[in-house]
Design a protein around this ligand. Structure first.
Ligand code: SF4
Length: 436
């Protein structure tokens, strides 16, 4: 039986879904009297929640594990535990390669991973802390995970291998968690899942994301609801109406399209054509006032020809996304695309990525200049040097732009009307108009 006084540090890598899992495990361990620490040199045990999505993420996870086991070798910590997607996907290889780890577990969305970690620490896990989390984000915003896994067959993606099939969280569980978060002072809920648009299909036989967003907006204390990870194919279009008509739901949508050419979309098995994807994106743009559309693209996919890439360049220049992320294709074992010859050299993949990011930089400055003299309801995230730094409805935390405000006396976690007086490619500068 391990001493309950053991101090534990959780290291979370990868996406916001992993973060939510770690926040849940953190609350569980605290509930069972473990002391949590952020300082690895004060910890007795380190739990690493890994990411196994693409090459770069896998490399970071392995480096983190190696660093932790070297602390163990130096006698600075007692135990190293590894969980999450990388461990789920490569458990056997990892056990051989880095045997110094005390135990490897599966991805942290699985109940047996949680119970496994707790029993390893001498705890008999009782599933009574559903929805309890120790927030690791600033206390005024939180990620709300509404589903696990994914049913989509995207050729390049290993997530379904690690996280399994799509499972919607029951509505009452989601609403309970959201109310708990609101009671702790959370004002912004960021809706996440592998494919949020699929929510409800396995419960009601139809996609009910629109209804769920509406129900979440009825919770007192929640001011902003932000939709992330929407999948374009079979997109439940009533969601557009819900976003448009409900002032608590930000006029913002993160909808990764990955590409635009029919040739590549078909090979990627995205289940949508250029025509239908463009129609959906235009409908979102035309129907939701001043909407901020975020997307992600992949460059250097095995079947991407020069013409396909030119088509993508033209589309990015035409549609002018407000927010854009571009990744280079990563050849992932056991995915459908892994059978395709990865013929585009890394250098060329990166060149294409740079080309798109350069185009986006120009689009971003052009759009940011249009914000000058406009006033935005701004949520203050933090203070840094002389600036308070916040976000408007157009920006998700950590991945999008920020507003810098050189004022005194603002409060983190509060909303203010901020008038923009200057703009850079990816940031805005503003002054206080009034506190809200
Ligand atoms: S939607 Fe596609 S890319 Fe996203 S998690 Fe599912 S399979 Fe992967």
């Amino acid at each position: 039986m391990k001493l309950r006084k053991d101090k534990i540090k959780i290291i979370t890598l990868g996406c916001s879904k992993n973060l939510v899992d770690s926040e849940h495990i953190h609350a569980l361990l605290q509930a069972y009297d473990f002391e949590m620490t952020d300082d690895e040199l004060k910890a007795d045990n380190i739990l690493i929640n890994t990411c196994g999505f693409i090459e770069a993420a896998k490399k970071e996870s392995i480096e983190t594990i190696v660093k932790a086991v070297s602390l163990k070798a130096e006698g600075k910590i007692k135990n190293v535990y590894v969980a999450g997607c990388l461990s789920d996907r490569y458990k056997n290889e990892l056990e051989k390669e880095i045997p110094e780890v005390d135990k490897y577990f599966g991805s942290t969305d699985k109940p047996n991973t949680i119970s496994g970690i707790l029993s390893e620490l001498g705890i008999d896990y009782k599933n009574n802390l559903i929805g309890q989390r120790t927030l690791t984000t600033p206390s005024h915003f939180a990620y709300l995970k509404i589903s696990e896994g994914c049913d989509n067959p995207c050729s390049f993606c290993a997530i379904p291998i690690m996280r399994g099939r799509h499972v919607s969280k029951p509505p009452e569980q989601i609403l309970t968690e959201a109310r708990n978060l609101a009671s702790k002072g959370v004002k912004e809920l960021i809706i996440i899942g592998q494919d949020t648009t699929c929510w409800g299909l396995d419960i009601y036989g139809k996609r009910e994301l629109g209804k769920l967003l509406g129900d979440l907006s009825k919770i007192d204390g929640i001011h902003w609801i932000r939709l992330m990870y929407a999948y374009p194919s079979r997109f439940p279009e009533e969601v557009i109406e819900v976003i448009k008509s409900n002032e608590k739901i930000c006029n913002y949508i993160d909808i990764p399209i990955q590409h635009i050419s029919d040739n590549v979309l078909k090979s990627m098995r995205r289940g949508i054509t250029r025509k239908n994807q463009t129609k959906l994106l235009e409908k979102i743009r035309n129907e939701i006032p001043e909407v901020a559309v975020r997307t992600t693209l992949i460059t250097g996919y095995p079947e991407e020809t020069e013409n396909d890439f030119k088509e993508l360049i033209n589309f990015v220049e035409e549609y002018k996304f407000e927010r854009l992320g571009v990744f280079t294709y990563s050849n992932e074992d056991n995915t459908f695309a892994a059978n395709l010859p990865d013929r585009i050299p890394l250098k060329e993949k990166i060149n294409r990525q740079k080309t798109l990011l350069e185009i986006q930089k120009n689009i971003s400055i052009e759009k940011n200049k249009e914000s000058i003299n406009k006033t935005f309801r701004t949520l203050i995230d933090r203070k840094e040097n002389n600036y308070f730094i916040g976000r408007s409805y157009k920006d998700a935390p950590e991945i999008d732009q920020e507003i810098f405000i050189n004022e005194s006396g603002l409060k983190t976690g509060e909303f203010y009307d901020i008038r923009i007086f200057d703009a850079e490619e990816f940031d805005l500068f503003g002054e206080l108009e009034k506190k809200l």
